[in-house]
Design a protein around this ligand. Structure first.
Ligand code: S3P
Length: 450
């Protein structure tokens, strides 16, 4: 077992660029594979999850060439650990919507729910046999949410334990358009059905209960797909011509930035500039919570990068934070920020209640129980609910030996908690940060030293 030690920080100072966005990288790789011709993906996230997507598309016959930009080579010689995931390039020779080939073997999606769920929409539209599997965590995550609607569209699918979990086998082809009211807000399910809709025989209508991240709609539209969005309703028409190849630059990941936004607010005497971050409002619910708590986060240098709003985030220590209630309405736009919001809540005066968060139980780990168990070890007073957590602030945290549950976002959130804990925090199995943020601990060290 590996472990990392975190000491209480006196201050955090400096600037950094978070790794490229994970969600947008997955989509760029998949959609470029479905386009006709050569796409260039600049600055993709070369971390474990998107690599699962890349391997999956290769298994379906797509040629993907990885290269480093000259800037990446320069930077890597300076700081290999921190820089390895920046400024790479992928050249993807798309096969067109109907040019994929039957995979020779089972496709392993690793730890990546986005790979498994989105690709199942593509496989459902293709007239061949394929099997998806994943690691022990992914094999316990719900797949019925994509299997049920894809079956209604006509795909033949069976999966483990009564068609609930990976491995799952898909025989796709000739899909019919459906109208589908999604029971849970999920960008992964929505994207799966949009992709299947491109292959269907009419207009597919998807209704979300709440708006989830919209990177799929933005990118596919820019490639020529007919996708209309009207409130919570999305209409997808079958592709009438081809998807155009893209030359796209992936901006920094807000979810990766969020660990340092919280750290900047709660560590004394801190000032951090986080550069080049996606600020799409379907992702930035955490900023609304911070504002309600009384924390100050300044957005600078707003611009458009490949169809996504991007800016720099300036954060400094909050003089005081007050507890807030966070309900279901905000959850989809801060779904991945729940663990680090729990850490922030320990420093807000009063009881912060986060409810309507039951989806967090079926992420890479049960993130409600994971945060409740580990923060309790650090002497935080809290109460766990089936759909969330209540956390008492301001707590003085005590260092403890804590576990990552092999979940990247739990490992990083506990590292941030360690920065304000008295003593030496030990995090077991921290290497899972490589799923989304290779170099996380180097960035942390750099900001502590500055
Ligand atoms: C993602 C959507 C979210 C999020 C995940 C990435 C995506 O999952 O938790 O990390 O890229 O579409 P759900 O859509 O299942 O909530």
């Amino acid at each position: 077992m590996t472990r990392v030690l975190i000491h209480k920080a006196k201050s955090l100072k400096g600037e950094f660029t978070p790794p490229p966005d994970k969600s947008i990288t997955h989509r760029a790789i998949m959609f470029a594979s479905l386009a006709e011709g050569k796409s260039i993906i600049r600055n993709p996230l070369m971390a474990e999850d998107p690599i699962s997507t890349m391997n999956a598309m290769r298994a379906l016959g797509v040629e993907i060439i990885e290269q480093q930009s000259s800037r990446a080579k320069e930077q890597q010689s300076k700081d290999a650990a921190t820089m390895s995931c920046y400024n790479n390039e992928l050249i993807i020779y798309g096969k067109g919507l109907n040019g994929l080939k039957e995979p020779f073997d089972v496709i392993n999606c690793g730890n990546s729910g986005t790979t498994a769920r989105l690709i199942s929409g593509i496989l459902a539209g293709n007239p061949f046999f394929s099997v998806l599997t994943g690691d022990d965590s992914l094999k316990q995550r719900p797949m019925a949410r994509v299997i049920n609607p894809l079956r209604q569209m006509g795909a033949v699918i069976s999966a483990r334990q009564g068609d609930k979990y990976l491995p799952m086998a898909i025989r796709g082809g000739s899909l019919k358009a459906i109208r589908y009211e999604m029971p849970v807000a999920s960008a992964q399910v929505k994207s799966c059905l949009i992709l299947a809709g491109l292959y269907a025989d009419g207009v597919t209508e998807i209704i979300e209960p709440q708006r989830s991240r919209d990177h799929t709609e933005r990118m596919l539209r820019s490639m020529g797909a007919a996708i209309e969005v009207e409130g919570l309703k999305i209409r997808v028409r079958p592709l009438s011509s081809v998807l155009s190849p893209v030359d796209i630059t992936i901006p920094g990941d807000f979810s990766s930035a969020s660990f340092f936004i919280v750290a900047g607010l709660i560590v004394p005497d801190s000032e951090i500039l986080i550069k080049n971050v996606v600020l799409n409002s379907t992702r930035t619910g955490l900023l609304e919570v911070i504002k309600k708590m009384g924390g100050e986060v300044r957005i600078e240098n707003m611009r458009d990068v490949s169809g996504e709003p991007v800016g720099d985030i300036y954060v400094r220590t909050a003089s005081s934070l007050k507890a807030v209630k966070v309900g279901k309405d905000l959850m989809p736009s801060m779904i991945d920020e729940f663990p680090v919001l729990c850490v922030l809540a320990t420093q807000a005066e009063g009881i912060t209640e986060i409810r309507g968060a039951e989806e967090l139980r079926v992420k890479e780990s049960d993130r409600i129980t994971a945060m409740a168990t580990e923060l309790k070890k650090m002497k935080v007073e809290l109460k766990e609910y089936p759909d969330g957590i209540a956390i008492k602030g301001r707590s003085s945290l005590k260092a403890a030996q804590v576990d990552s549950y092999n979940d990247h976002r739990i490992a990083m959130s506990l590292a941030i908690a360690g920065l304000i804990a008295e003593g030496e925090t030990v995090i077991n199995n921290p290497e899972c940060v490589d799923i989304s943020f290779p170099g996380f601990f180097s960035v942390l060290e750099k900001l502590m030293k500055a």
